[in-house]
Write a protein that binds this ligand. Structure first.
Ligand code: DGT
Ligand code: CA
Length: 364
């Protein structure tokens, strides 16, 4: 084994609290303190459909993801019921992921509101990782206006269980030597990958908490669950997980956001900041060999409200001159229409086109 492979990893998992409902609270501050339920209406009229998520006030009344909207209305007749607004959630997710990227370049986005981050090369130990996580939480609260829960551990499995351990607004650090003690009293279904069905079968074997499972022999688990799952269960119960944090390339869009040195509506200062980002976006397009058709200026004002201004090109491009020229155009017209001080500014390119072989412009 190389020295590198033996090195203890430090993995962070971030999970936004009651994400869709929290985004709505942020957009509509008058919702604060009320029970809020986010609904996916089936489109068949009336209240048919299911609850996507709810805030903690609504959860206290028994309103949870997956139950029907009509049941939720019976449980919480005074709650505020809102339809999903995916555009808003993707937008907020993008902002939070952008901040995360400032902390590490080894990030695996797991879902719209969750990501793993490998901090092994970034920090000297778990204490420094904790300080970094506090700073990250604070920055997300200040700049995006949302709370999250973070778990830190020697692998992805432990980091994920740790982020779920204390919610909302939690931070749980589990060092390598604390792993077994941390896992022992938890329910087996707290392990990511142990679903309802596996949980029920383990219950039949008398296994309720992780400590019970770690006592079963590998052979027994393999007999009952098959080779791969049996081995995985044994390892998971001991907190072992070697899977790497793998950067997944989202194909949909590339964005870069920066915090201005001070809040401003000065065109020149904003253009200077945005020019740095044009370079970053250009490099990213270059490295992935893709072009874009749409470009947006992202602006976050001092009241942390989001604004965007976009345009679409006739033919795809990826050269830095086009990025710069188009984003300048967008910034200028944005400031004319909205002469307000900005806190953060950014560029997003979307409608991405992969460059395969030698295509001519006529092929697009
Ligand atoms: P949390 O993490 O327990 O504080 O609460 P959430 O709401 O962030 O839950 P999470 O992390 O499992 O899921 C993130 C978002 O994904 C959530 O805000 C809404 C959406 N979501 C979760 N479960 C469901 C579901 O069963 N149906 C639909 N349509 N959306 C869901
Ligand atoms: Ca969440």
């Amino acid at each position: 084994m190389s020295d590198n492979a033996r090195k203890t990893r430090i993995i962070l998992h971030i999970d936004m609290d009651y994400f869709f409902a929290q985004c709505e609270e942020r957009e509509h501050p008058e919702l604060k303190g009320k029970a809020v339920v986010i609904c996916v209406y089936s489109g068949r009229g009336g209240d048919t459909g299911a609850v996507s998520t709810s805030n903690y006030e609504a959860r206290k009344l028994g309103v949870k993801a997956g139950i029907s909207i009509s049941r939720a209305k019976k449980l919480a007749p005074n709650a505020v019921f809102l339809p999903v607004n995916m555009e808003l959630y993707h937008y907020m997710s993008g902002q939070m992921m952008e901040i995360l990227k400032e902390y590490s370049d080894k990030i695996e986005q797991e879902s719209i509101d969750e990501a793993y981050c490998d901090l092994t090369e970034k920090v000297t130990g778990f204490e420094e990782a904790r300080m970094l996580a506090l700073k990250l939480k604070n920055e997300i609260r200040q700049l995006v206006g949302l709370t999250c829960s973070i778990g830190i551990g020697p692998n992805k499995l432990i980091a994920k269980v740790a982020s779920d351990y204390k919610k909302p607004d939690g931070l749980t650090v589990v060092r390598s030597e604390e792993v077994l003690h941390f896992l022992a009293p938890l329910k087996i279904t707290d392990l990511i990958g142990v679903g309802k069905k596996t949980g029920e079968r383990l219950n039949e074997l008398g296994v309720k908490i992780i400590a019970d499972m770690s006592k079963l022999s590998t052979d027994k688990l393999i007999r009952d669950f098959g080779q791969a799952k049996g081995l995985w269960l044994k390892q998971a119960s001991q907190g072992i997980d070697d899977s790497p944090v793998e950067e997944r390339q989202g194909t949909g869009q590339i964005s870069r956001i920066i915090t201005l040195k001070e809040d401003t509506k000065e065109l020149q200062i904003i253009l200077e900041a945005i020019d740095q980002l044009s370079e970053d976006v250009y490099m990213k397009l270059q490295s992935r060999n893709i072009e874009f058709k749409s470009i947006s200026f992202i602006a976050i004002s001092t009241d942390i409200k989001n604004h965007t201004k976009s345009l679409t090109l006739g033919v795809p491009a990826r050269d830095v001159e086009t990025i710069r020229a188009k984003i300048h155009e967008l910034v200028k017209s944005f400031l004319l229409e909205n002469p307000i001080p900005l806190r953060r500014v950014g560029i997003r390119v979307s409608n991405l086109v992969e460059q395969k072989g030698q295509k001519t412009l006529g092929d697009y």
